[in-house]
Design a protein around this ligand. Structure first.
Ligand code: SF4
Length: 352
């Protein structure tokens, strides 16, 4: 849960998740929909699916228990070398290394190597150097945690505290005055922007949703009916009445952009009452069932934009600090609220 998600947000979900599925066997027996619904608000739903698969693998291959050795842990879906090493060394005391961004920065600076930590050859060097350290240490856990803490607290990316660092006497980058050039940071690729139109339709009987396909961004999560444009020209020419002819009284509710790992998604949000007959693939979901329909954080923001739910204080604070996406709650009383028309509210200028 903590991978790429803030501790505060995880704290809200972790206890309930573990209380519901305290064992690998219990989690393995759950349906994917149940797991995704409990994961709501944490984002990166692929992790939830992998965790579910890992629980099934624990049942199938390890007698229902989570393996202890890094070599076994790394065979579980969603468990990489870092997670396997962290669990095996810190929880079970195995003499195995871990390398995260903090460890990489410390090792590269101490050895004076101006390399890109993302490259395969640098990764090989880092893992082998970190493994040498834990082989020589009394406690692999202490070395691993110490290196991570040193990188997080002292050997920071921009303002390292070299004067009080215990490794200063043997740090090559400090000696050579190259600290600010190590590690090498590769230029970031520009994220393309895609343009999506989405229609929020609800009344006292519920909200109209459809399910995303089983591949690509937010696979199999629920969303309000959405049209994804192939080009910016299609977005400019978009006519909601032509796109959704069965729906009357469509009004624009607002627009915003979210940043996902492969791209930026520019949403334009429309709002209307549900038609008498729903189009193929659409489902009306009553307020009492909304929490069982997992949605992306972006879709929660769509619902806020259409005034279907109110943003939480956390969501407002996260956005005011520039976060691209944040957690919201769906309150049943909000779900039952009648539609509210809002003026066009383009918070993030549409691009292209
Ligand atoms: S001396 Fe400075 S650059 Fe070297 S490990 Fe310590 S904090 Fe990092």
């Amino acid at each position: 849960m903590l991978q790429q998600t803030q501790v505060g947000r995880v704290a809200e979900r972790f206890e309930a998740f573990v209380a519901r599925w305290p064992t690998a066997a219990g989690l393995a027996a759950a349906t994917e929909d149940q797991v995704l619904a409990m994961w709501q608000g944490l984002g990166y739903y692929r992790r939830a699916r992998r965790l579910h698969e890992a629980a099934k693998a624990c049942v199938a291959r390890f007698g229902g228990t989570v393996p202890r050795r890094a070599a076994d842990l790394v065979t579980l879906p969603g468990v990489g070398r870092y997670t396997a090493g962290a669990v095996a060394s810190i929880v079970h005391g195995e003499r195995t290394a871990i390398v995260d961004g903090n460890v990489a920065r410390v090792l590269l600076r101490v050895h004076g190597r101006a390399l890109d930590p993302a490259s395969r050859s640098t990764q090989d060097w880092l893992w082998s150097t970190a493994q040498d350290l834990v082989e020589q240490a009394r406690s692999a856990a202490s070395v691993n945690e110490g290196l991570m803490e040193l990188g997080a607290i002292m050997c920071t990316p921009r303002t390292p505290r070299c004067e009080s660092c215990p490794w200063r006497p043997r740090c090559v980058a400090h000696r050579d005055g190259t600290v600010d050039r190590i590690p090498v940071v590769a230029a970031k690729a520009v994220r393309p922007t895609v343009h999506w139109e989405t229609l929020v339709m609800h009344d006292a009987r519920g909200l109209v949703l459809e399910r995303r396909s089983d591949h690509g961004l937010w696979a199999e999560l629920w969303q309000t009916p959405t049209i994804e444009h192939d080009s910016v020209a299609d977005a400019r020419a978009f006519d909601p009445n032509a796109a959704w002819p069965e729906v009357a009284g469509i009004v624009e509710a607002g627009a915003f952009t979210v940043v996902t790992s492969p791209r930026r998604v520019a949403f334009r949000v429309w709002s209307a009452k549900p038609p008498k007959r729903l189009a193929r693939g659409w489902q009306r979901v009553g307020p009492e069932l909304l929490d069982e329909h997992a949605m992306s954080n972006a879709m929660r923001r769509v619902l806020e934009t259409a005034s279907f739910v109110r943003p939480t204080a956390d969501a407002r604070a996260a956005r005011s600090h520039g976060a691209a996406d944040s957690r919201r709650t769906l309150a049943p009383e909000d779900a039952a609220r009648p539609a509210t028309r809002v003026r066009s509210n383009n918070r993030s200028r549409r691009e292209g």
